[in-house]
Design a protein around this ligand. Structure first.
Ligand code: RUQ
Ligand code: CUA
Length: 628
């Protein structure tokens, strides 16, 4: 141990100092050739420079794709790390005016319900052998109890599944080993089961369930009945076990009732045992749902054939697996501790080699106030967010294990102030066996004085921390629109999106099939097909014109406009926007997109291209004529 002070070294970059550093960089930029500001990071100052350096020169690409959940915006965002530039937004559960998500027939087929909002907390990617395979991202909707899948080749949502029998999906995690075949989703809030109005005043009938989805079809394979609320969720690196934190072992209905216990628990799931029970027919069903539900309750007995309940102090929140595949860290929230559970001891418990659930714990370091989430650098150090202390604490896992055995060692390495009230933290590649310990993002819930005030609603503050050296260094403040809960930083070479749609893409295959049935070749035809009072308007787009400069329909017709973008050029999108009809959607190169509406107003209505595509973009327009 090198540190004497058991608080570790405390860095405290004050706001004024930070502004000073920014100004210094600005001055350097003005004097130098590049003229860049802090965001583009022309020349890192000494204060801002870890061993990573902090430099993304103008025009250069970032090293990592950042996948940020969008919280109550209902979307997922892509940031570049380390520049922290927002690159793209992926509409998931929300209505998006820019792309027409929630309006096009293609997106409505995915959305499949009336909700146009959601609350995404966590984004996780599909795996092969403990690292990312670049195929899918998954996210949750806490608000309307759904999970979604995003195709990473086109960065569009392609599946959304509503989860029955539970309320508020919070933690999700895909199988990490050998590859992602299942996705687990934790129901957070206990509610009457079945929830048909019978047991509203009887909390003893309130339950929640874990759900397992087939990652290919996104269909639910089984559910597991558990004790208590579930919060966050994690899978292991064998494909055999997973775990969830629980903050309401009391099964309380009110705040006071939920805080009664000194200890709640982490519940661990034996996936092969649950699947064997499903195969053997050892399950029940609930209400009209046909999904097999296996009974994994038994917290009072420490667990069941399917579950192990490990008592954890107190209302734990984050649950995170170490990249060395050995441990899982459960963050205490209302306890200043985190609990380190060894996966092999979870295996021992299920195999009857140990009987006390607490014997799966190998360390319980005191890290500070309000520990929420823990992340890892792949070098044996862990980093825990401290909500109440507004700090990130770096601590050593092996030293914490030695201290738990009674040795006199200080496991705390450093505490770094963040601004302010940090929730999730995530280190680059930390949820894989390839954790590389370069960057850490601190998602701070409050920005307070860090940015110019913009009214009573303030942005969040996402801070970038260089963790490549012995000491953490704060290098960047970034305001974000509320509210990213969680983020992932994924090495750039693992993500390979396409630049131009393939014409046989399943995303618009149904629309293509509809055209074929109408005898329309989308790649060349511009045609209006009438089918009773249904009218299908097929047109192409090539900058700067639509294939039809006008079309006629009758008042009351159900009109479907189908646009196929024939431009062969990367980054050339058109939009179809119909004035006073509330229709607007984007069509990227080689994409087909469509929207359906009722022609309920007579007269002439201009449609125009809403994505800037050409010097004559303003002229890219036509008329819909609605005959009275
Ligand atoms: S949660 S601040 Cu919704 Cu992931 Cu922890
Ligand atoms: Cu096409 Cu603007």
């Amino acid at each position: 141990m090198t540190k004497k002070n058991d608080q570790g070294t405390i860095e405290n970059p004050q706001r004024r100092q930070f502004l000073g550093a920014t100004a210094a960089i600005g001055a350097l930029g003005a004097a130098g050739a590049s003229g860049t500001g802090l965001l583009m990071g022309s020349r890192p100052t000494a204060a801002a420079q870890g061993s990573n350096g902090y430099s993304v020169p103008l025009g250069e690409l970032d090293d990592y794709y950042g996948f940020w959940s969008g919280g109550h915006s209902g979307e997922v965002r892509i940031l570049g790390v380390p520049s922290m530039r927002e690159i793209m937004r992926i509409a998931v559960f929300n209505f998006d005016s820019a792309t027409g998500w929630g309006q096009t027939n293609e997106s409505k087929r995915v959305l499949g319900s009336d909700f146009i909002n959601g609350d995404t907390h966590h984004v996780h990617l599909s795996y092969v052998n403990g690292t990312y395979d670049g195929r899918f991202a998954f996210t949750n909707d806490k608000l309307n109890t759904r999970v979604a899948r995003i195709r990473l080749d086109v960065m569009k949502t392609d599946k959304i599944t509503h989860i029955p029998n539970v309320q508020a999906i919070h933690g999700i995690n895909p199988q990490r080993w050998p590859r992602t075949e299942y996705l687990l989703a934790a129901g957070e809030m206990i509610a009457p089961l079945p929830n048909d109005g019978r047991h509203m005043d009887e909390p003893e009938h309130y339950w929640t369930l874990l759900s397992s989805l087939d990652a290919e079809t996104m269909e639910i394979r089984w559910q597991l009945w558990v004790d208590g609320n579930m919060d966050n969720l994690v899978t292991d690196y064998t494909g055999k076990y997973a775990g969830a934190s629980c903050y309401n072992s009391e099964r309380g209905m009110t705040l006071a009732e939920k805080m009664g216990s000194e200890r709640d628990w982490a519940v661990f799931f034996n996936i092969p045992a649950i699947e064997a029970a499903v195969a053997a027919g050892d399950y029940t069903t609930i209400g009209d749902s046909r999904i097999p539900v296996v009974d994994g309750r038994g917290a009072d007995k420490g667990g069941s054939k399917y579950t192990l309940y490990v008592p954890i102090p107190r209302s734990p929140h984050g649950i995170n697996a170490t990249p060395d595949k050995k441990y899982v860290v459960v963050s205490g929230k209302l306890s200043p501790t985190v609990s380190v559970v060894e996966w092999s001891k979870v295996d021992d418990w299920f195999n009857g080699k140990i009987s006390d659930p607490r014997d799966t714990i190998v360390a319980e370091p005191e890290v500070g106030l309000g520990p929420l989430h823990t992340t890892f650098d792949g070098r044996g150090d862990a980093y825990t967010s401290l909500f109440l202390d507004s700090q990130v604490v770096k601590w050593n896992i092996d030293d914490a294990i030695r201290a738990y055995k009674g040795e006199q060692v200080n496991y705390i390495r450093q505490k770094l102030d963040v601004h302010y009230q940090v929730g999730h933290i995530m280190a680059s590649m930390c949820e894989t066996v390839e954790a590389d310990g370069r960057w850490l993002v601190s998602l701070n819930k409050f920005s307070k004085d860090r940015f110019i005030p913009a009214g009573p609603l303030r942005p969040e503050n996402d801070q970038l921390i260089d963790i490549s050296g012995a000491q953490m260094k704060l290098v960047h403040d970034g305001p974000t629109y509320p509210e990213p809960h969680d983020s992932l930083m994924v090495r750039r070479d693992l993500i390979n999106p396409i630049a131009i749609w393939k014409r046989d893409d399943p995303f618009f295959a149904e629309t293509v099939a509809m055209a074929r049935a109408d005898g329309v070749n989308l790649e060349q035809d511009n045609k209006v097909i009438r089918d009773g009072n249904k009218v299908r308007v097929y047109m192409t787009s090539v900058a700067p014109s639509f294939g039809l400069d006008h079309f006629r329909v009758k008042l009351g017709d159900e009109v479907t406009v189908v646009v196929t973008n024939l431009d062969n050029i990367e980054d050339l999108s058109h939009g179809f926007a119909l004035v006073n009809y509330g229709v607007n959607f984007e069509i990227s190169a080689h994409q087909t997109a469509s929207a359906t509406f009722i022609a309920d107003k007579p007269g002439v209505y201009w449609y125009y291209c809403s994505w800037f595509c050409h010097a004559l973009h303003m002229e890219m327009a036509g008329r819909m004529m609605v005959e009275a």
